[in-house]
Write a protein that binds this ligand. Structure first.
Ligand code: GLP
Length: 240
């Protein structure tokens, strides 16, 4: 794992754009694995700025997102589909049909997971962007998820529900389950870019980068990826 420590969040986002920009500028047909959460927002702003300033086109870019809350329709303001549309896609020339995410309202969970597995198999990711949960989760792969997992439905941990409650008006509104891409599929990306910002990520960053590779800390699997870049700001890197 190659580690970059930046002085602040602004620098983290600029460095992340260097990595992501290299992919989209060098390959107009690139396949991007994208993530939600607060951490990638600065990177998404930089992608939008670059598109507006330099016309970097996403017309042939395809994207697959990591995860979606179970039960939230794509127009629900807290759904990850909505998040992606509002914070990235609608500002670029990406085709809506080229953006993919699990369907949170699918009735048949197994069929939905199978659909997403098939789709992921058909579109290998050139780069997979990740945030990091404060308990070491990646996407919604919570501690003890098998490293060989594919798309599945998870019961979110209390810790994750608490962390994500800040984006809902009340903690009781946070869905208890979610669809998530599996760890095996995350690891299949040619390159992984994981971002971490803030003091509450410091322990997870340490365990991910220097701890034992264990299913107890899902992100520790990234130590085994041949091309993984971690960009952490000073606070998130404070225990390294
Ligand atoms: C959620 C998402 C993850 C994300 C994590 C951290 O649980 N499912 O993909 O990485 O939150 O989010 P944040 O970047 O807001 O700290």
């Amino acid at each position: 794992m190659e580690i970059f420590i930046t002085k602040d969040y602004e620098d983290l986002s600029a460095k992340a754009f260097e990595v992501m920009g290299r992919v989209v500028i060098s390959n107009p047909y690139a396949v991007l694995g994208l993530a939600t959460g607060t951490t990638p927002l600065g990177l998404y702003s930089k992608m939008i700025e670059d598109y507006k300033a330099h016309g970097t086109s996403y017309a042939h870019i395809r994207a697959a997102n990591l995860d979606e809350y179970k039960g939230l329709p794509k127009d629900h303001p807290q759904s990850y589909a909505y998040f992606m549309r509002e914070n990235l896609f609608r500002h670029l020339d990406i085709e809506e049909g080229n953006t993919n995410i699990e369907n949170g309202t699918a009735q048949d969970e197994q069929a939905e997971c199978a659909r997403y597995n098939k789709l992921l198999a058909e579109m290998p990711r050139d780069i997979q962007l990740l945030g990091l949960g404060s308990n070491g989760h990646i996407a919604f792969n919570e501690p003890y998820t098998p490293f060989g997992s594919e798309t599945h439905v998870v019961d979110l941990t209390e810790n994750t529900i608490k962390d994500n409650a800040r984006l809902f008006s009340d903690i009781s509104e946070v869905p208890k389950k979610a669809f998530t891409m599996g760890i095996k599929q995350i690891m299949q990306a040619k390159q992984i870019l994981i971002l971490a910002s803030g003091k509450n990520k410091a322990e997870a960053v340490y365990n991910m980068a220097h701890g034992k590779v264990t299913e107890e800390v899902p992100a520790s699997v990234l130590q085994l990826h041949p091309n993984c870049i971690l960009i952490a700001d000073k606070e998130a890197a404070s225990k390294l």
